[in-house]
Design a protein around this ligand. Structure first.
Ligand code: F6R
Length: 605
């Protein structure tokens, strides 16, 4: 989703801004732009193509400056046009970049029109630009502070004004913003990753903070206007993830990184103890009577899988809610529930808002399962379990999902042990299985050539059904999501038992049906569901455990999974579905790492 970079330095900051935008590209965007300050006002370039094209423009135009802001935009208000691309300029003197959505922009726009401001874009951002301009009396910091008090909604902004050539002002509420500290130069960005290589230290602004960045240093005030220090810390190491290496796409690289990501996520401990989630987790975990998981998209499917584990292993009642639904529906609060926010980024606006909603209703026991240690969700919760997937660049989540599953399984066994439902022998066995997962995953990844052969057939289809039962129903949902988001093939997933209650009507020989078939208690039921499909001429593609005795025959195609993996089987079974989606998308020639209309981190509602 949208990205911000800004800099104040003695040197030309254009290369810093371009590099920052490049690092944010993976989040998804549909236009980009940059403004540097000159004596005549902000000098701007914008593009509806890639950052590489913006780079060409700045090189050709000998575009230079010591103070500037840059942006990648993912359209919300107004189409992805040059006119709507940021930076947005007011009255030729002030330029702004903005992430988020201003909800009261229409009221503000009318008031500003009455002050004779002319609007040339369809963006809500232009309202902020004119508002700050209307309040400017020689002090940009003061004008931004006054302006943000009038905004409702989410924002992270970077603002420059021609009369203050070495000043950049930032502000945030609802969207993240970090300050970067260099040697005689300072920065802002929506993600510390953008400043890797430029800033030595970063601090994370809190809700309502406004900052002033100059050559001399950084001033931050909180929402009350009081001066605050936001604890500068060393720039996180972004050693993994950014180089593509021998892979064709980041998604493929990240699929193949799963064995090591999972090995890194499994704690180096001999027992499952609540201390893995936080020092005081023991007392709280003993007191809870149920679990509420809040998440979106792929992370929601991790939560759905965890429900099966939490209820069967820990015997604790578990609800899983789509965050954007939970935050707006009337629910019954329960202070003894453990609220678990599951998120790769830790910044997803809906999950963050759902978590705050739960907290506001007195549900104070909160845990984040998250891949980003410095994210808003990790900072907001009492307890955390960090997945160590490393940076995930591909928009379609893969290694973040399987590491979330590992984290949630560890939670289930920890609670199961505390509640007396997991014996010492079972605990040892679960630990053994977890530690063997990377090797088991490597064996699954070796199936890639067989999956490529299937993907050639899928590439010519426009629809697909995915079936799974029990623990593997959420895996079927995840497989369908992966296929639709990167190959643009319409795909739906059903619990296999639901087939005859409606979707069977869709089955013809043009509708491939992908089936996840582990050798578990539901296998015979699943085999019957497969026959229902076959009897209607449907073609079935089955990922079957080696010992299921499902064999290839007319209309039934089988790829054998190397071993049955018991309760952890979903972590293995999702991998061939990721590979199927990936290779089908490659065969269709889509932009795998940056699928159309999607963003990596969804920081708006
Ligand atoms: C799909 C995908 C999304 C995310 C969702 C939540 O491949 O990646 O569905 O899972 O946007 O994102 P996080 O986990 O960052 O909260």
């Amino acid at each position: 989703m949208c990205g911000i970079v800004g800099a104040v330095a003695h040197r030309n900051i254009v290369p810093v801004l371009i590099e920052g935008l490049r690092r944010l590209e993976y989040r998804g965007y549909d236009s980009c732009g940059m403004a540097v300050l000159t004596a005549d006002g902000p000098h701007r370039v914008r593009s509806v193509a890639r950052v590489a094209e913006l780079d060409e423009q700045v090189s050709n135009a000998r575009f230079e400056g010591v103070t500037g802001i840059a942006h990648t935009r993912w359209a919300t208000h107004g189409a992805a046009t040059i006119n709507n691309a940021h930076p947005i300029v007011s009255s030729g003197s002030l330029a702004i970049v903005h992430n988020g959505i201003i909800e009261n922009y229409e009221i503000l726009r009318e008031a500003l029109r009455r002050q004779h401001y002319e609007f040339v874009s369809q963006t809500d951002t232009e309202v902020i630009a004119h508002l700050i301009h209307s309040l400017y009396e020689g002090d940009l910091f003061a004008a931004v502070r006054k302006a943000v008090r009038q905004l409702t909604g989410a924002y992270a902004v970077g603002v420059v004004h021609k009369d203050q050539p070495h000043t950049l002002v930032g502000a945030r509420a609802g969207s993240p913003l970090v300050v970067g500290y260099g040697d005689g130069e300072n920065f802002i960005a929506s993600d510390a990753l953008a400043l890797a290589g430029s800033a030595e230290h970063v601090s994370y602004l809190e809700e309502g903070d406004v900052c002033e960045i100059t050559l001399a240093g950084v001033r931050i005030v909180d929402f009350r206007g009081e001066k605050v220090v936001r604890n500068p810390r060393r720039m996180p190491a972004y050693s993994t993830g950014v180089e593509l290496g021998p892979y064709r796409h980041y998604m493929q690289k990240e699929i193949f990184e799963q064995p090591s990501a999972i090995a890194d996520t499994i704690p180096d401990a001999e027992t499952f103890s609540p201390g893995l989630f936080g020092k005081t987790a023991g007392g709280v975990f003993r007191d809870i009577d149920s679990v509420l998981i809040l998440a979106c998209g792929t992370s929601y499917y991790a939560g759905l899988t965890a429900k099966y584990w939490l209820e069967s292993v820990a015997k604790i009642r578990t609800d899983v809610e789509i965050a954007s639904e939970y935050r707006y529906r009337e629910s019954v609060p329960n202070p003894r529930m453990l609220v678990v926010a599951v998120s790769q980024s830790g910044e997803t606006a809906d999950t963050l808002a759902a978590l705050k909603h739960a907290q506001s209703r007195g549900m104070e026991h909160t845990l984040a399962v998250c891949n980003v240690a410095t994210s808003a969700m990790v900072r907001l919760t009492d307890f955390k379990f960090l997945t160590h997937a490393g940076t995930e660049i591909g928009v379609a989540s893969t290694k973040a999902f399987t590491t979330q599953l590992v984290a949630l399984f560890i939670l289930a066994v920890t609670l199961g042990k505390m509640r007396g439902h997991v014996s010492d022998a079972q605990e040892t066995e679960y630990l053994h299985q977890l530690r063997h997962l990377p090797a088991a995953l490597n064996a699954v990844l070796a199936l890639e050539p067989q999956i490529i052969a299937w993907s050639d057939q899928f590439a010519h289809k426009e629809n697909a059904l995915f079936l799974g039962r029990g623990l593997h129903y959420p895996i079927a949902l995840e497989g369908a999501l992966k296929l639709k988001e990167i190959s643009y093939i319409h795909a739906e997933a059903y619990s296999a038992g639901e087939l005859k209650h409606g979707p069977l009507a869709l089955v013809t020989d043009a509708m491939p049906v992908v089936t996840v078939a582990p050798n578990d208690a539901l296998l015979d039921k699943l085999k019957s569901n497969m026959q229902e499909v076959r009897a209607r001429g449907g073609h079935i593609y089955v990922f079957a455990d080696d010992d299921t005795h499902i064999t290839s025959e007319d209309g039934i195609h089988v790829i054998r999974m190397p071993e049955h993996y018991g309760l952890l089987s979903p972590i293995l079974h999702v991998v061939p579905l990721q590979l199927l989606a990936y290779h089908t998308a490659c065969a269709r020639g889509t932009d795998v790492d940056k699928p159309r209309n999607l963003a990596k981190s969804v920081t708006v509602e």
